[in-house]
Design a binder for this molecule. Structure first.
Ligand SMILES: [Zn+2]
Length: 100
């Protein structure tokens, strides 16, 4: 038998309690004593946060991939430029190296 109120749960040292009433989102679930939050709601929130976190990670990996691709194209461009205009390329590189 689970405690029926948060206060009772605290007294009994139970991590969860069950009021028998639906939460504001209509879940008929036990609640966490620590937060008073319905287990289902807490789980939903965690899933949502996890989803957002993963979406963010995905954005970053796409960004990195895109940067890498740009970089490859840039290196490719530099290489062909150097082959076509070795003197200009050397001058540009000297300038670039001086500035950096
Ligand atoms: Zn709920």
């Amino acid at each position: 038998m689970l405690p029926k109120t948060r206060g009772q749960a605290k007294e009994e040292g139970s991590r969860i309690y069950f009021t028998g009433k639906d939460c504001k989102r209509g879940h008929s679930q036990s609640r966490w004593t620590s937060s008073g939050g319905c287990m289902e709601c807490v789980k939903d929130r965690r899933d949502k946060e996890k989803g957002e976190y993963l979406a963010e990670l995905d954005d970053i990996s796409i960004y990195i991939r895109r940067k890498k691709k740009e970089n490859d194209e840039w290196l490719e461009f530099q290489k062909s430029y150097r082959e076509k205009y070795p003197e200009k390329a050397a001058a540009i590189e000297a300038l670039y190296n001086k500035n950096s």
